[in-house]
Write a protein that binds this ligand. Structure first.
Ligand code: NDP
Length: 305
């Protein structure tokens, strides 16, 4: 399945788009087939609990999107929309309840949490088998050791698009801009597993642009609108733009990535757009992780009884 298209020749003669939206839809359909088989075998659907604390507008949009995609994928979603004043103790109690709920196979706590709640305590309280975001220290450790685990959805989606476009990644030089626990670090581990030569650059890197220019694969996750321009790109490199930034353009509020698409597109071998690139793949991978978690949990349960 190749999800790369050449953009309309009359608009941009050389830009190859990696279409995350189309790829995500294909992935979601295959999850839906798996979820149907699961329901037939187990008598219930895979279940995803979605926990949101507070009324952050962006988080509300993400949670709505995840629940809609769960429904379309044949996954039951159980929303827990909590007031911003919810205490850490109450949230921990809810996580404990969800850990023990037979109908819940995946637990997603939408980040960021309000400042009075310690995110790492909440993530660590989630049963690693239900940690569909892949943020629990056990899953982080397994990924670092190159063992099967629930892998964070955003880097997993990036890897799928890279493999779809390039095939074998072995020997490629990959540069990742950003070292967050959610994107940069797990992305580095995944690319190492594919035998790439991996460099991570960050805010203290000297001459970030010359590092980026070495890359056959450039993954950018920094949260700085249109920061990376053509001067950072080796001609023909595959560029994955993870960034989501809302900016004002000509009086209109629009979403842009961390990559300056107009300047980078013609130099890159292929590029993911924003929106329509990494974002939809992140949600589709969450559904894939929920199905995988459900299958593993029920397999374990069946083996025990
Ligand atoms: P973080 O803020 O956690 O990390 C940003 C990273 O970028 C840090 O490592 C930081 O370096 C580095 N950085 C920031 N500014 C610079 C700079 N000027 N030069 C070099 N490095 C820099 O962000 P996330 O990883 O969580 O997210 C990154 C972006 O991806 C955001 O726009 C976010 O919205 C988006 N995102 C999109 C997702 C999707 O589904 N499409 C999912 C998750 C995130 P240092 O460590 O030194 O501070």
């Amino acid at each position: 399945m190749k999800m790369t298209q050449q953009l309309d020749q009359t608009l941009s003669p050389q830009i190859h788009i990696i279409d995350g939206k189309e790829f995500a839809e294909t992935l979601r359909q295959s999850v839906a087939i798996g979820a149907r088989a699961f329901r037939e075998k187990r008598g219930r659907a895979p279940g995803l609990a979605v926990v949101l604390v507070g009324q952050d507008p962006a988080s509300q949009v993400y949670v709505r999107t995840k629940m809609k995609k769960a429904l379309e994928s044949g996954i039951d979603s159980f929303p827990h929309l909590l007031d911003s004043s919810t205490s850490q103790a109450d949230l921990l109690q809810l996580i404990e309840k969800l850990n023990n709920d037979r109908y819940v196979h995946g637990i997603l706590v939408q980040l960021p949490l309000p400042a009075h709640i310690d995110e790492s305590k909440i993530i660590t309280a989630i049963d690693p088998a239900k940690d569909v975001d892949g943020f629990h220290p056990i899953n982080v450790g397994l990924l670092g050791q190159g063992k099967a685990s629930l892998v964070p959805c955003t880097p997993l989606g990036c890897l799928m698009m890279l493999k779809d476009h390039l095939g074998n990644l072995s020997g490629k030089k990959a540069v990742i801009v950003g070292r967050s626990n959610i994107v940069g670090k797990p992305m580095a581990n995944l690319l190492l597993q594919e035998n790439c030569t991996v460099t991570i650059v960050h805010s203290r890197t000297e001459d970030l642009y010359s590092e980026c220019r070495q890359a056959d694969i450039l993954v950018v996750a920094m949260g700085k609108a249109e920061f990376i321009n053509a001067g950072a790109i080796k001609p023909g490199a595959v560029v994955i733009d993870v960034g989501i930034n809302r900016v004002d353009k000509g009086g209109r509020s629009v979403l842009v990535g961390d990559v300056d698409f107009d300047s980078v597109g013609p130099v890159a071998g292929a590029i993911t757009p924003v929106p329509g690139g990494v974002g939809p793949m992140t949600v589709a991978c969450l559904m894939g992780n929920t199905l995988a978690a459900a299958e593993a949990i029920e397999r374990d349960r069946a083996a025990r009884y």
